[in-house]
Write a protein that binds this ligand. Structure first.
Ligand SMILES: Cc1cc2nc3c(=O)[nH]c(=O)nc-3n(C[C@H](O)[C@H](O)[C@H](O)COP(=O)(O)OP(=O)(O)OC[C@H]3O[C@@H](n4cnc5c(N)ncnc54)[C@H](O)[C@@H]3O)c2cc1C
Length: 808
């Protein structure tokens, strides 16, 4: 075994082997994979081997498409068969809601270049003769589904990597990972130590334990998972004889079941509601190519439905039941990327669908390690989406919930419950007492909307407008007509101080830094000139800045800040919940605040985009004149022990001004009528600032900053896309995001966010279209739950187009 390497990968499951292959393919051939036992000795060997391209996040769906298309490449390179059976498959809907969901998934697939089809139950029966079609209302057919041989596929990746120069060491456990002061790693194995520049944790079932070697607690948990194999079935032989083909795969959402042919019989697996975690605190090292004891009682409710929906199964003998563990992150998406604070330490774990996602995960990580950037949008699987709040207990509660809901619909207005409430602000009980319906983001509870007094604060889950529609409308009118108050503690806040603070911020952010007492809005770009953040930066002193950004991106942004911070001269402090906020907005916001502060708040004295420390009533605060509602408004930042006093002061001073609450749902509606974009929706690393309408906030004249050359190139070339706001002829459902935008019979773009702009009285959608269509006024439709709705580009914001209210 060599003693030096560019990178060591821990783990020879399908994911580790894919990372190894992609690194070697991209030219990093001085790489070693260390495997404790034989390749596939974790969850990989007993996988059912199914693959598909469908995923709730279109960017993950793209990675899945890439993975499926990669198999031919590694087979050809390695000469090892992946045992591919590209049968195609049907996803079966037993309810109208599920059919709506499939229509939406089908629509999403259109702009990703996927060729799914919506079909009737009778057509589904023709394609998959084993179903009882009377149980279904329809289905979606996907030609890119099938199954493969997990062992062969892993070896095909491994052999392809070896042919490119990578090394694999078997039967050798990594027992420790120790970082040297220069950021490189000593990887201590049973056979000796390798000094590596980079370490990749692809430990699968043991990823959590491997993480602990480096002092890291990764939010992953293994769940038991069962599938059964039947004896040969005459019905299967009949289909094979009649069609000359294998029985296609099927996914039955109501039964929470997936099936495929296995030799002369069938395989049926289930994500049962009463799922069981495995090794909740510590995975045993002596677990190898072992299986767990099957528990038929646990999956009996699913099997009963399965036998009704697939009657032939009821007559078949069961040959074998497989019960094996595999790992999940709390939201079911992989954990990929560099870990903040651990230089040159990378993870590729929590991959619950290794044969759909493994290829994409390997490609993203290899790009990231070699080029410093994953190369595409991996936000949905970035390990940085979890902070320290994702403790073992929280992770375990959420993974169990996620498993039990694997095939259930999650409605756009549906909040999950497990592990909540965890992080709360001092206002939590107050807001609940005022009938707030709470949501959760990054572990923190925040108000979504407020139910009318005397009604239950509860969402009725729906793809259509729900019981919240009326109350949210009221909240919007409170803001537009009087004054509303919103808790903003969930925003990410960073204090950046020191003699090097301005130079540092000016290098990582694309805008010019503000003068003292002023706020500026600025995007953050990567080297490719794509959007990786958008911030407001307020200057509180010559060497003191308050930077405000998107809450869930706090780790993600801190990782980038630390990566680019100079060795000395600047301190970057993520304030988390050590600073909390309230925002007041609406035409009476100034009257309200002026009652509580001594400073003159007139526009002449404290204009739009001003910031200053001042007492608000009894509370020391930082006040910025800015609001994401696009109205006259202020953001007020205080320490947590003062947040209740601040709230009380505002509430009692605002009573005769008609003060009211508003929540995040109303904020979304309000920002839509101002055409304001937001992180993770309009602003993502697949768009440039010009495309996103943020070109005016990029200042190449100021000198060097990250992404400057690429931004100049985008400016010269004009970019490929444009963000457009549309008003939509909607009926009882608004766009929510990811719907295709149609023009001239083609899906030319997609919606990034949508909703109902209550104050303006219009259904609104924002989305990207090709630049050539950006100035076209006619012919657009947006597909909402399977129906194409006329959409008209809205050239100026629906509210306050000249900014008189916001600036006045
Ligand atoms: C019953 C069942 C059915 C499934 N069906 C499907 C399916 O149909 N489709 C699908 O896509 N997925 C399926 N999966 C999930 C799939 O198995 C996983 O997504 C995949 O195996 C994850 O691969 P991995 O490489 O991340 O982890 P693993 O396969 O667990 O690999 C990790 C490897 O790391 C090694 N390792 C760990 N720690 C160390 C160390 N310290 N030193 C050296 N080596 C170490 C282990 O020995 C192991 O070989 C199924 C899983 C189960 C259990």
């Amino acid at each position: 075994m060599k003693t030096q390497a560019q990178a060591v990968i821990i783990g020879g499951g399908v994911v580790g082997c894919s990372v190894l292959y992609h690194l070697a393919k991209a030219g990093w051939t001085d790489v070693v994979l260390i495997e404790r036992a034989e390749l596939t000795s974790g969850s990989t060997w007993h996988a059912a081997g199914g693959f598909h391209t469908l995923n709730g996040d279109p960017n993950v769906a793209k990675l899945q498409q890439y993975t499926v298309e990669l198999y031919r490449e590694i087979e050809a390179l390695s000469g090892v068969s992946c045992g591919l059976h590209l049968t195609g498959g049907v996803m079966l809907a037993g309810t109208p809601e599920r059919m709506d969901w499939l229509r939406m998934a089908h629509a999403k697939g259109r702009y990703l270049g996927m060729h799914t089809e919506i079909i009737s139950a009778a057509e589904a029966k023709r394609l998959m003769p084993l179903i009882d079609e009377s149980r279904f209302v329809g289905a979606m057919y996907d030609p890119l589904e099938g199954h493969l041989d997990p062992y062969g596929t892993t070896h095909a990746y491994a052999k392809s990597a070896q042919l490119k120069g990578a090394e694999i060491v078997l039967r050798n456990r990594v027992v420790d990972t120790v970082q040297r002061p220069d950021g490189s790693w000593d990887v201590v194995t049973e056979q000796g130590t390798i000094h590596a520049q980079h370490v990749v944790n692809a430990g699968g079932l043991w990823a959590r334990e491997c993480g602990r070697m480096a002092g890291l607690e990764l939010p992953v948990l293994a769940m038991e998972h069962m599938y059964l194999l039947t004896e040969d079935m005459p019905e299967v032989a009949e289909v094979n004889a009649a069609t000359g083909k294998e029985v296609i795969t099927a996914l039955d959402f109501e039964g929470e079941i997936y099936t495929r042919q296995e030799r002369g019989g069938m395989l049926m697996g289930t994500y049962e509601r009463a799922g069981k975690a495995w090794s909740e605190t510590q995975t045993p090292w002596d677990f190898g190519q072992d299986l767990l004891e099957p528990d038929l009682d646990r999956i009996a409710p699913s099997l009963e439905v399965g036998f009704e929906h697939f009657p032939a199964f009821a007559r078949a003998g069961i040959k074998k039941i497989i019960n094996g563990p595999f790992t999940f992150a709390p939201d079911g998406n992989p954990l990929v990327g560099p870990v903040r604070g651990l230089r040159n330490y990378w993870v590729a774990c929590g991959v619950m669908a290794g044969f759909s996602q493994g290829g994409g995960v390997g490609l993203a990580l290899a790009n990231w390690m070699i080029q410093g950037d994953p190369g595409f949008d991996v936000w949905a699987m970035d390990v940085a989406r979890y902070g320290d709040w994702a403790t073992l207990a929280t992770t375990n509660a959420r993974v169990k919930e996620n498993y039990s809901r694997r095939f259930r619909i999650r409605f756009p207005n549906e909040e999950l419950e497990a592990g909540r409430p965890l992080r709360t602000t001092p206002l939590y009980d107050r807001l609940k007492a005022d009938n707030a319906v709470m949501g959760e983001s990054y572990g923190l509870e925040y108000p979504l909307w407020f139910a009318p007094a005397g009604t239950e604060p509860k969402d009725v889950f729906s793809f259509r407008r729900s019981n919240a529609f009326g109350p949210i409308g009221e909240e919007c009118r409170t803001v537009r007509e009087r004054v509303g108050v919103l808790e903003t503690s969930g925003y990410a806040k960073y204090e950046v101080t020191g003699p090097g603070a301005e130079a540092f911020l000016s290098r990582v952010l694309a805008g010019r830094m503000p003068a003292q007492g002023r706020i500026t809005l600025t995007p953050m770009l990567n080297e490719r000139g794509k959007l990786i953040g958008d911030f407001t930066v307020g200057r509180l002193g010559p060497e003191r800045f308050l930077v405000i950004g998107s809450g869930p991106a706090e780790q993600h942004h801190m990782r980038w800040f630390l990566q680019h911070a100079p060795a000395s001269g600047v301190r970057i402090d993520p304030l988390g919940q050590r600073m909390q906020g309230l925002s007041v907005a609406g035409p009476r916001a100034r009257d309200l605040l002026q009652r509580l502060v001594r400073q003159d708040l007139s526009t002449a004295a404290f204009p739009f985009l001003s910031i200053a420390a001042m007492d608000v009533g009894p509370v020391p605060a930082i006040v910025g004149r800015i609001s994401f509602t696009g109205d006259l408004g202020y953001e007020i930042w205080v320490e947590p022990d003062c947040q209740r006093a601040l709230f009380d002061a505002l509430w009692s001073a605002g009573k005769d001004l008609g003060i009211g609450h508003f929540g995040l749902r109303a904020l979304n509606a309000l920002r839509l009528e101002k055409s304001f974009g937001t992180w993770a929706r309009e602003y993502r690393p697949i768009y440039g600032p010009l495309e996103a309408g943020l070109g005016r906030f990029v200042h190449p004249q100021k000198g060097e900053f990250i992404g400057r050359d690429a931004a100049l190139e985008e400016r010269a070339g004009g970019g490929a896309l444009r963000l457009v706001t549309f008003t939509v002829d909607a009926a009882d459902a608004d766009a929510i995001g990811d719907e295709p935008i149609w023009h001239g019979g083609e899906a030319v773009g997609w919606v990034t966010s949508g909703g109902y702009a209550h104050a303006a009285g219009a259904s609104v959608a924002m989305g990207y279209v090709p630049k050539a269509l950006a100035d076209v006024d006619d012919g657009f439709t947006i597909e909402i739950i399977g129906e194409k709705r006329r959409a008209a580009p809205q050239r100026v914001p629906l509210f306050d187009p000249d900014g008189a209210r916001m600036r006045g």
